[in-house]
Design a protein around this ligand. Sequence first.
Ligand code: SF4
Length: 296
Amino acid sequence: MSAMNSDRPGLPQELDEALDAVLPILNDMKKSLRATPVASRAALDQLFSLPDSFIKKDPASAAAAVVAPAPPAAQSSAPASGKPSTGDDGRLAKLAELKTKILACTNCTHLVTSRTQVVYGVGNPFSELLFVGEAPGEEEDLRGEPFVGKAGQLLTRIIGAMEYTREEIFIANVLKCRPNMPAGEAGNRKPKPAEMATCLPWLRDQIDLIKPKVIVALGLTAVEGLLGEPRTMRDVRGKWLDYHGVPLMPTYHPAYLLRNQTMAEKRKVWEDMLLVLEKLGRPISAKQRGYFLEKA
Ligand code: SF4
């Protein structure tokens, strides 16, 4: 007979332990939903332009994403519903264990003292699509979630234009802690190659467990962090690379698009995303194919 747990009286110990493993993952998904703006199809014409007001949260859509997950079998090919799968082959427990280790990591002593918290990543742990950025900035460090600033809002728009929601995919950084700044200096800095190399095994473990079909590297720093060697954006953007057997698509970081809001640059990123959708076998509408081909 199973022992009873004092925290949850009456619950068998094995169920209590399973709950302990799964609850952190569910809390992450809940947190993601709370912070997730849902792209409005009517706003697609202004995609990537990031107007004054950010996309408003749509609780009804978010709730629908929670109550209508796709069955695990739908993950073998592009799910027509586009909804996240909650099927589990033991990955939830392993991811929970991995997350506990990452959140407690002290491998970079200089970052441990400056960070607010470790930014593990957010989204669907069964996602076929993984977006990888370089490192948390100030807002991400405070919120504990990647891509929550203006660049994050723009990334959410891009994800929406791909007919995904933020909670259907997974977003993580190469570096899990915010790069420290010199005393008295505000802003963010790029992670150093040595810092990314130190942290990369955590991301590799995440990828091994999430098993995405495609990885999108946002910005050259993320590409270099993943591949461990310098590249030029001219050489890699829009071309399929390989990350340990997973197709890797490098594209511009959303922050770059915020600084360069020309139709031509937006179109480049969008063409990269079209390649990603094709690789995933997702349906692409004529309207989607035509984004940013019009004259400004
Ligand atoms: S950056 Fe990565 S390796 Fe360094 S302390 Fe943070 S989690 Fe650990």
